[in-house]
Write a protein of this length. Structure first.
Length: 199
């Protein structure tokens, strides 16, 4: 008598990305492609199972969400460090990296996209409202599982200040890389999401 498999396939999970300042769908295309390959589907912020924030996107969380998991990648939180200094350091690093990899064309394309997304005033104002109350943002997060990821090299996120802000309420992880590596090399972040889906 033939046996039928009882293995249950994991249910499809949905996600939404909340980009940082001067970011958008062109910048996150590699991450979205990797998520699609892994079986995740995009959805609106209000109904997504998982919300991924990057950089200043942490300060633009939706007022209402059904997400079971929030993955905060390199939130812009470095008290006392001017934003222009962090931005200058990031641009310098990105240029040197792309020049070393002989990818200056990609750097110009990404930089052009950054400038265009910078004109998204609505998104900028949404983040600004959260930045104005950044200290209380950590104590008034939606009730869910929040994981904060900070890369070894990040010009916008002070790990000590972040750890102090989240305390022992949420999970803190460190990954190799730089501020925008979730866009360039998204595989570690997708694997993290897969492991959380299966746990």
């Amino acid at each position: 008598m033939p046996q039928t498999s009882t293995r249950v396939r994991p249910t499809t999970q949905t996600y939404a990305i909340i980009h940082g300042l001067a970011e958008g769908s062109f910048i996150s295309r590699n991450l979205r492609q990797a998520l699609a390959t892994a079986g995740f589907q995009p959805a609106a912020e209000q109904v997504a199972d998982i919300i991924i924030t990057h950089s200043g996107g942490f300060f633009a969380l939706p007022k209402h969400s059904k997400a079971k998991l929030f993955l905060h990648i390199n939130p812009s939180y470095w008290p006392g460090k001017p934003l222009y200094k962090s931005t200058r350091e990031k641009i310098t690093y990105d240029f040197r990296l792309h020049r070393q990899r002989h990818q200056l064309k990609q750097w110009w394309l990404s930089s052009g996209a950054n400038l265009i997304y910078m004109l998204n005033i609505r998104h900028g104002l949404r983040m600004l409202a959260g930045v104005a109350h950044r200290k209380s943002r950590f104590t008034h997060l939606p009730k869910s599982n929040h994981i904060f990821v900070r890369t070894h090299r990040d010009n916008y996120c002070d790990p000590y200040a972040l750890l102090k802000a989240i305390g022992n309420k949420h999970t803190y992880l460190t990954l190799a890389g730089h501020h925008d590596d979730c866009w360039r090399e998204p595989e570690p972040y997708v694997r993290l999401m897969q492991s959380l889906r299966q746990s």
